[in-house]
Design a protein. Structure first.
Length: 165
């Protein structure tokens, strides 16, 4: 790995997430990516043809472009024309071009894990008394509802949203 890639990768981990919400705890891209990797390990068994190590690498790198872009709120990403191409360009420049070669199934698992980790964090914030995260949890649930969740992902979603309705 080139020195510039390593430095940029390590710096990406320092990017603060949730900057548009008041939070009791700070979450960085490093914290989030580790959580996504752990959730990928948990839910990937429910899918066929999975290569878990490949997905764990993808989970660790999935937000690496935020080192240059910052954390763009979930509800804004789909509204920004050309963002996907810009992210792929940055990922390639940082040695994470493998993200553009993920299969549709792998992308789905990664997205579900990403949303579940964000919901987990938002729920943790609510348990600390941060009621402003209710909106984030609702938006993340809408995102999760776009997928037909397999049993392990569904069970984790139910655990996160338990007692909130």
């Amino acid at each position: 790995m080139k020195q510039v890639h390593l430095q940029a990768r390590l710096m990406a981990g320092d990017v603060k997430r949730w900057h548009t919400f008041p939070c009791h705890t700070n979450q960085t891209v490093a914290h989030h990516s580790y959580g996504v990797a752990q959730i990928v390990r948990l839910i990937a068994d429910d899918y066929s043809r999975m290569v878990v190590p490949r997905l764990v690498y993808a989970a660790l790198d999935h937000d690496i472009a935020e080192q240059q872009l910052g954390d763009i709120p979930y509800n804004m990403k789909s509204r920004l024309t050309g963002l996907k191409e810009i992210e792929q360009e940055i990922e390639a420049s940082m040695g994470a071009e493998h993200l553009s070669r993920l299969t549709d199934e792998e992308l789905e698992i990664l997205k579900i894990a990403d949303l579940l980790e964000a919901a987990w964090f938002a729920r943790s914030e609510m348990e600390l008394g941060n009621n402003s995260m209710g909106l984030a949890l609702a938006n993340l649930e809408k995102g999760l509802d776009e997928f037909k969740l397999r049993p392990k992902a569904q069970a984790l979603k139910e655990k996160i949203y338990e007692g909130l309705r």
